[in-house]
Write a protein of this length. Structure first.
Lengths: 309, 309
């Protein structure tokens, strides 16, 4: 079960942090940009290549401290085919370093189409008599708006290839409540209703530590709702975005963890990958030392989380 | 306004049909597969190239009869970078033939990430001092589960580049009701609530025919719900999936149109692109004539729709 591997990596590192590999041009040091523009001109290929070089240095500087990385596919998808090459290269490189990969793709479609997403991202794709693994993620994020029949096509690949899902339940954005917090029939909110479904879907995927490979996305920015969901979904592992830049604190998200300090992994993206631009690090680390600043930010985040869980 | 161009194309062709370019290996004629496997081996590249060759022939055989095509990105995404090349080439080719492009991508994410999807798909992407258009769609489909702040980042590109959206409201899959039909506070269902939001979002994008460039996905398979939405959303254009293979009939979806026979565009994917495999066409058209079978299927669908609207 992939959830067991994730939990073991969290225990080994003592750090329930996932580094969000969401590069943006404004984060990339000048010397990397320069090298890529000189090599490929001012092209999407150059941007994509600079993202990969940036990610590689961050992975090198942090892989011994963290269990997982979560590349956000939008940053790469934006760049077309070159971006996807960078996305896949990033995943392969992080895998070589032993990291668990959470592909933040938030896909969702009717069953016959979901099969294609499923095969591409967490299964295998046929070409004649041969089979290929394309994206190499361990987990992917999924949007539940279309209902259970749009999620089921991922289950078979989860079984066959030891993969997992994090289904959007209560997202970290400010406006998430507009639909997710609505009271629906049965006296629950929409996010609780979705939470209940995700918990049920996970029953066939529970590993040796009591958590399921079918997890939930629960934002750090909504502690009251997260507390409710932790009670409602005792076997569901949480992927928790919203720490740091989006405003969620370690205190806020402490409710996502169980009494043994397990049950969640907390994402930070720009707070780690662009640490060298932050006031607290920029005097200590030059632009060339951006990856060392990221390492320090991981250590600081780990200490911050461990203070509260 | 892109919605005006879509409506004008519908009026010119007298045909509110969008051809879903959702290729699958089982649809591709043997001679195309053979050519691609000989050229590229049994690889994702060969599959992706066969999809493009297949799409090209279908576009050539139907572009004068239809206003738009809707490639489903999952079929291409499944194949990695080669798949996205095929997706983009398909879009560019269809554009050269004057077709409106609806990219069926169903993306949805927090605002700072949605900006990347928006720029990549319907805006422009910066590389140094240069700007690039990457995917070239005219419309894209969007998932609303994360709320208004996850949809707003698309509006600016819609304004600046004359693009449009179709937001998922009531989807065509059997299980769509599990969440979408739930009664929520205010005495409405979730899909009606989302419908109301989409209608509001569209107010700044209403074109000269009274319809907005911010449209809604409303499945042909749920006529009662579609009828309600048509009343609730008089200025919202509907993208209607579910006709044919998914079970929706022309009678079912007739409620999506207004009294002037406008207001919706109906998708058919395998019913058109794999027509040559259907009993009613396979005696008349050989495998090599698959695109002519698609042309006949478009004509038959047009007649079927016009019977009811």
């Amino acid at each position: 079960m992939i959830i067991d591997r994730l939990i073991e990596k969290i225990n080994e590192t003592g750090n329930p942090t996932v580094v969000g590999l969401d590069p943006r041009m404004s984060f990339i040091p000048e010397y990397i940009k320069k090298e890529c523009f000189e090599k490929y001109g001012e092209t999407p290929k150059a941007v994509a290549e600079s993202f990969f070089m940036f990610n590689k240095e961050i992975i090198d500087a942090t892989y011994d401290l963290i269990p997982a990385v979560k590349p956000q596919v939008a940053m790469y998808e934006m760049l077309g085919t070159d971006g996807f090459e960078s996305y896949i290269n990033t995943i392969k490189y992080a895998k070589e370093k032993g990291l668990v990969i959470i592909g933040d793709i938030k896909r969702g479609d009717i069953a016959s189409t979901a099969e294609n997403y499923s095969d591409g991202h967490i299964g295998k794709v046929k070409a004649g008599s041969r089979e290929f693994e394309i994206y190499h993620e361990d987990f992917i994020t999924i949007n539940p708006y279309m209902g259970q029949d749009s999620v089921e096509p991922y289950f078979e690949n989860c079984k066959n290839y030891e993969k997992g899902l994090f289904v959007l339940v209560k997202t970290s954005n400010k406006g998430s409540g507009q639909l997710q917090d609505l009271m629906v029939e049965g006296g629950k909110t929409l996010y609780e209703t979705v939470g209940g479904l995700v918990s049920d879907w996970g029953n066939d995927f529970i590993g040796k530590y009591g958590y399921s490979s079918i997890g939930a996305v629960v934002g750090a920015t909504h502690p009251e709702q997260a507390r409710k969901l932790r009670e409602l979904m005792p076997h569901t592992f949480f992927l928790v975005p919203g720490y740091g830049a989006q405003g969620g604190t370690a205190e806020d998200l402490s409710v996502c963890f169980d009494k043994n300090g397990l049950g969640a992994i907390v994402n930070s993206s720009r707070g780690i990958i662009a640490a060298y631009k932050k006031d607290i690090y920029k005097d200590k680390f030059s632009e060339k030392e951006f990856a060392q600043a990221s390492r320090q930010a991981v250590l600081d985040m780990k200490a911050d989380l461990r203070r509260c869980i």
